[in-house]
Design a binder for this molecule. Sequence first.
Ligand code: 13P
Ligand code: SF4
Length: 340
Amino acid sequence: MTAYQDAIQRIAEQKRRLGGRLSILAHHYQSDEIVAQADITGDSLELARRIDTLDAELIVFCGVYFMAESAAILRRPDQKIFTPEPEATCPMADMADAESVRRTLAALGKGRTIVPLTYVNSSAAVKAVVGEAGGSVCTSANASTMLRWALDRGDAVLFLPDRHLGWNTADKLGLSERERLLIDPAFPDADAAAKARLLLWPGHCPVHDAYGAELVEKARREHPGCLVAVHPESPPAVVAAADADGSTSFLIRWCEQAPEGSTLVIGTEASLVDRLAARYKGGKTILHLDMGWCEDMRKTTPDTLADLLERIDSARPEDVAEAIRIPARLALEKMLQACS
Ligand code: 13P
Ligand code: SF4
C-alpha cells in the first residue's frame, strides 16, 4: 500500500467512526485529493455561509487560516472548528496587521467618516478593528455590493488588504480614478486622503499579482476564438483584457456554462484550473493563463487530514478570543445581512 492509499484508508475509517458528527469543508484551491474527501466545497462566501447551517458538531476546514478563523467566529456554540494545517497562512492577509489598520484609520479619519471594508482574506484581529469602526467584510463574490454599501455610509472607504480587488471593484461601480488613492500605511497622507473616496491598502495576492495583460494577449494569439476569465485579485490591466472575472465559484460556473468545443483560458490558482481541465476533457479545452500554485493551500494533505481526524476528540479547536470575536462577528454579519 502506498503512503497515499494508507492516508485515504485512515480518513475513511475516521469518517465511519465519526459519522454525522463530522463535516469536512474544502476551498476550491485545495488539492484534488482533499476535495475528494470534502462534504462541501465552495468559495470563501459560500463556505462562510454554510457553517451555522451544518448539523455536524466537528467541522474540519481545509483552506488557509483566515477561512478557519472566520468559521470559528461564525460557528454555533455547540460546534467546534478544526484545521488540519494551522500553519497555512495567506500572504495577502498577512500584508495588513490590526495595529497598522487602526493607526491608519485614526490618521486619515480626522474630520471625515472613513468606513473600512476588509476583504475576507484578513485576520480576525483586522476584522475586529473594522467591526469596531462600523465597517464590514467582502469576498470576491460580493465586492461590488459591499463597496456600494460602504460608500453609502461615509465620506470615504478604506479597502483592504487587496489593492487589485479594490481597484477592479471601483471600475465596476464606475468610480472615477481621481477619487481613488493608493495609501502608504507607514506614512498616511491625510491631505491626499481628504480628496479621495476610495483609499486602497497596498496588499496583493502573490499568485494573481504575477499575471500581466500580455498573457491574455498571448492566449488570444495562440488560441484564436478563446475566452479568458480571471479572478479579480488579478491586476486591473488583466481584468480589463479578460472577457470575465469573478470568484472561484463564478469561474467554475463560467466553464460549466460555456458551449461544448470552446477553448477557455483561466487565470487563477493552478489546482482549480487543472481540476476544470480534467472535468471537461474531450468537450471543452481549459487552459492556464499562467502556472501558479498557492503554496499555503497545498500544505493540507491527506496525511495531515488523517492525523487530525485520528486525534480530533482531544485536538484543540480553532479559537478566537472574545474581545476579537465579537467585533469581528459584527463585521461579518453585516456582510451576510447585506448580501442575503
Ligand atoms: P474566492 O472567495 O473567490 O474563493 O477566493 C479566495 C481566495 O483566496 C482567492 O485567492
Ligand atoms: Fe491568499 Fe492568494 Fe493563496 Fe488566495 S491564492 S489564499 S489570496 S495567497
